[in-house]
Design a protein around this ligand. Structure first.
Ligand code: OGA
Ligand code: MN
Length: 291
């Protein structure tokens, strides 16, 4: 994609998705339109060297649409639209927020269409975020499997926040306030396995190993082999990019057609990012459903 505005420089991050963007000047309407266009094209954008006060992050988020607050996660007392994603240097051998492939809050009836993450303090090395392109993952499947998946729904639930607890025995970072044992988080919500992006019309796989429980109308055991195949397939290195943070960077991802993964490899160093989300639509299936 050529840059639609001369005040913005766009460099692809990898073959599949992601773009580094340098801005010369404030985000006026022209620059904002260019950023939106780049987001549709690259799915993840990495804006370098911004100086955003929390209220400016909130205002920028609002330009994309209605702000959506994350369920079960503590928001900042001073800025109730922002979650502080944090791990402190003294927290060792704990699991962190987002430390498995996922799409944000896919168990909501209307999952967020985009998330914004602004780096305040990052490790000297480590603490990168990985992204995967669910449009290319879908495109690379055989026509036979595509036809099966186009007609399927999957059940999603807020498993880490529900009564089943967090799988594994590892302690969870205390720095991010996560509610646990909430019975309402066990509620299953059906979403199409393949969803159509309303902006680009492209089909994307929409399952992830944190929140997807099973295929609709099938048991967990019956669903597992095919889900496991899809999870492994979707994050093949060819479909991914890796975002390396510097304080002042802002990442924006399209949560409808990407997965992401917070790499937890920075024990002994502080990491703090501010995150907001933009309300999304009810996922649109590839084939209209009869129910
Ligand atoms: C998130 C998330 C990734 C990271 O904020 O939704 O998954 O690298 N964060 O902190
Ligand atoms: Mn996330």
């Amino acid at each position: 994609m050529t840059s639609p505005d001369s005040r913005i420089t766009i460099r692809p991050m990898a073959g599949s998705l992601g773009a580094d963007i340098d801005l010369a000047g404030p985000v006026d309407d022209g620059i904002f339109a260019a950023i939106r266009q780049a987001l549709d094209h690259y799915l993840v954008i990495h804006l370098h060297g911004l100086d955003l006060a929390p209220e400016e992050l909130v205002a920028l988020t609002r330009r994309f649409g209605t702000i959506s607050r994350a369920p079960y996660i503590k928001h900042m007392d001073t800025h109730p639209d922002i979650v502080a994603v944090k791990k402190a240097a003294d927290e060792r051998k704990v699991s962190t927020f987002g430390n498995a492939w996922h799409s944000d809050f896919s168990f909501l009836d209307q999952p967020p269409m985009a998330s914004l993450l602004y780096a305040r303090q990052v490790p000297s090395h480590g603490g990168d975020t990985l992204f995967a392109n669910m449009v290319e993952a879908y495109d690379a499947l055989s026509d036979g499997l595509k036809a099966v998946l186009d007609g399927l729904d999957a059940m999603h639930a807020g498993r880490p926040y529900g009564t089943g607890g967090v799988p594994g025995t590892i302690a969870v970072s205390r720095s991010i306030g996560i509610e646990r044992n909430r019975p309402e988080a066990d509620r299953e919500v059906a979403h199409p396995v393949v969803r159509v992006h309303p902006g680009t019309g492209r089909k994307a796989l929409f399952v992830n190993p944190i929140y997807t429980i099973r295929f609709a109308g099938m048991t967990v055991e019956e669903s597992r082999p095919l889900l496991d195949f899809l999870y492994a397939h979707a994050v093949r290195p060819e479909f991914t990019c890796r975002l390396r943070w510097t304080a002042g960077d802002l990442a924006i991802w399209d949560n409808r057609c990407t997965l992401h993964y917070a790499v937890n490899d920075y024990d002994g160093q502080d990491r703090l990012l501010y995150r907001t989300m933009v309300q999304g639509e009810r996922p649109v299936p590839a084939i209209p459903r009869r129910h």
